[in-house]
Design a binder for this molecule. Structure first.
Ligand SMILES: Cc1cc2nc3c(=O)[nH]c(=O)nc-3n(C[C@H](O)[C@H](O)[C@H](O)COP(=O)(O)OP(=O)(O)OC[C@H]3O[C@@H](n4cnc5c(N)ncnc54)[C@H](O)[C@@H]3O)c2cc1C
Ligand SMILES: NC(=O)c1ccc[n+]([C@@H]2O[C@H](COP(=O)([O-])OP(=O)(O)OC[C@H]3O[C@@H](n4cnc5c(N)ncnc54)[C@H](O)[C@@H]3O)[C@@H](O)[C@H]2O)c1
Length: 465
């Protein structure tokens, strides 16, 4: 049977673009890609990139505070001009979008700037009615913000909206305690908005090491966010040009904007999956095996739509491994072990690789090497902000099972710590490494004594059996 293409990719985000470029450019496959919105996807257009630019923009006040502590009498952040910033940010996103498009074109990928849906195991339909056939189809459609399902929720905004606002809200509410809620609260407070964040749990950043979560929770309040824990919302209603919010205890407050940061869901709706034998998991994610292959041999899926680890480098690695395996004659799997990540808060980021202390403790014996201290730079300026460094070590093998950093540029530090940990480094390897002085990161190679030793309690009966 002959096909129009060897590969048709649905979705021009992190995973889809990498797979298409490698399959066509490196392995000579005939590839087409459909993107219904802007090339680059969530990360480039409405995620990692504009978010990080806004994090940088939001730290002016903290830097001015610090510099006053160094003798810069009267140092002030000045007035933030959203219009100027947004104009520059838009130009930067357009530049990146064009680069993504150009790279695909250069690799020989045919691009359709329209929505695609599945017709059968080898056919996609484009929005203009055209049908295209392909030997393989890659679904890389990503995810979409998930709303909590309460009355009036349509009055709230989602993460996509932060980057396109005409003006900044004077008083804003963020709902959630994950990466997006914490990063967005940090941004909006830093840009001068009166910022309230509500979270239904007792510490933000679920999934991170508990000690880092507690420090992040404290920091959000310290930088002026009105963070309220163990709080739920029951409804939103319009109140003139403001939004009235009712909380679980029936109290009511008005805001200029409310942002839902209550998670994301795989974007599988109306994709035509019912025309195929592709299976979904209970949460709507496409079920795939370790090769990113669905229940249908000709259809693969990568990235957030598979809800494995929802991060850009993971989607990219999955897309690349798929292209190498299917078109490059080089079987490669993407590993989901020891995936490092960071929540870009200010002044200190929370970053993590490997097991948390809680996970390590549940797994077996673990020695905890940790330190909490005030770093030279901010302490001199009069700040109380504390840094945390932690290594979790298996006492049996001496292997480092996890590393957690709460501190300035922790994302940059964890990237480097992730290399030896992925290689299987032992605590002795860390100890043998010479420190770089004076840095905060040197603590990672100078912690000599465990602060805690967790030992798996073996029930008496099992021990004697
Ligand atoms: C606010 C925010 C901040 C983030 N920050 C970070 C970060 O700092 N670091 C990090 O690693 N990750 C971050 N992420 C997560 C990261 O953006 C995602 O994990 C990554 O983009 C997933 O890539 P993907 O290829 O699976 O999907 P996406 O990048 O979402 O791409 C999917 C593409 O498919 C298109 N599409 C969907 N359906 C169709 C269709 N039927 N036809 C044609 N096109 C279609 C969409 O328009 C989209 O462009 C962030 C996410 C958000 C929302
Ligand atoms: N720096 C980064 O790497 C980065 C930044 C942003 C996003 N991301 C990726 O995007 C994903 C999505 O981010 P996110 O912050 O939306 O999701 P998340 O899963 O990290 O957090 C969702 C939050 O919403 C809360 N929540 C869920 N349902 C709720 C409800 N009904 N009512 C109240 N609260 C509710 C959860 O308790 C949680 O705190 C992340 O998991 C991550 O993979 C990564």
């Amino acid at each position: 049977m002959s096909f129009d293409y060897d590969l048709f990719v649905i979705g021009g985000g992190s995973g889809g673009v990498r797979a298409a470029r490698v399959a066509a450019g490196e392995h000579g496959a005939r590839v087409a890609l459909a993107e219904e919105s802007r090339m680059g996807g969530t990360c480039v257009i409405r995620g990692c990139v504009p978010k990080k630019l806004m994090i940088f923009a939001s730290q002016a006040g903290l830097l001015a505070d610090e510099m006053r502590g160094y003798g810069w009498d009267g140092a002030q952040a000045g007035r933030f001009d959203w219009e100027v910033f947004r104009h520059k940010m838009d130009a930067e996103l357009t530049r990146l979008e064009l680069i993504y498009t150009a790279n695909l074109t250069k690799a020989g990928v045919e691009i359709f700037h329209q929505r695609a849906t599945l017709v059968d195991h080898h056919t996609v339909a484009l929005a203009d009615g055209t049908r295209k056939t392909a030997k393989h189809i890659l679904i890389a459609v990503g995810g979409r913000p998930a709303l909590p399902g309460i009355p009036g929720e349509e009055l709230g905004l989602v993460s996509d909206d932060l980057f396109t606002m005409d003006s900044l809200p004077r008083r804003v509410l963020l709902v959630g305690g994950g990466y997006i809620a914490c990063e967005f609260a940090t941004i909006l407070a830093g840009l001068g908005c009166d910022t309230v964040q509500v979270y239904r749990g007792d510490a933000v950043l679920r999934g991170f090491d508990r000690q880092a979560r507690d420090m992040a929770t404290l920091q959000l309040s310290d930088i002026g966010i009105d963070l309220r824990l163990n709080v739920n919302l029951t409804g939103l209603e319009r109140n003139g040009d403001r939004i009235g919010v009712t909380f679980g205890d029936t109290s009511r407050e008005d805001f200029d904007a409310v942002f839902w940061a209550t998670g994301r869901a795989p974007y599988t709706a109306k994709l035509g999956l019912e025309n195929t034998g592709v299976h979904l998991r209970a949460n709507g994610a496409i079920a795939v095996d370790e090769w990113s292959q669905t229940a249908v041999p000709s259809i693969f899926a990568v990235g957030d739509v598979t809800d494995r680890v929802n991060l850009t480098p993971v989607a990219i690695r999955e897309g690349h491994a798929f292209a190498d395996t299917v078109f490059g004659g080089r079987a490669r799997k993407a590993s989901h072990v020891n995936v490092a990540s960071a929540a870009y808060l200010r002044p200190h980021e929370a970053a993590s690789v490997g097991l948390t202390e809680e996970q390590a403790q549940a797994r077996g014996d673990v020695d905890v090497y940790a330190t909490v201290f005030r770093p030279m730079r901010s302490m001199f300026a009069g700040s109380n902000a504390r840094v945390m460094m932690k290594l979790l070590v298996d006492p049996e093998t001496d292997r480092v099972l996890g590393c957690h950093i709460f501190g300035p540029d922790a994302g940059e530090m964890i990237q480097l710590a992730a290399i030896p940990i992925t290689m299987g480094a032992t605590k002795a390897d860390f100890d043998a490494t010479m420190a770089v002085h004076p840095t905060a990161a040197e603590e990672l190679v100078t912690m000599r004594q465990p602060v805690r030793r967790h030992r798996l309690e073996i029930p008496a009966q099992a021990a004697t059996a």
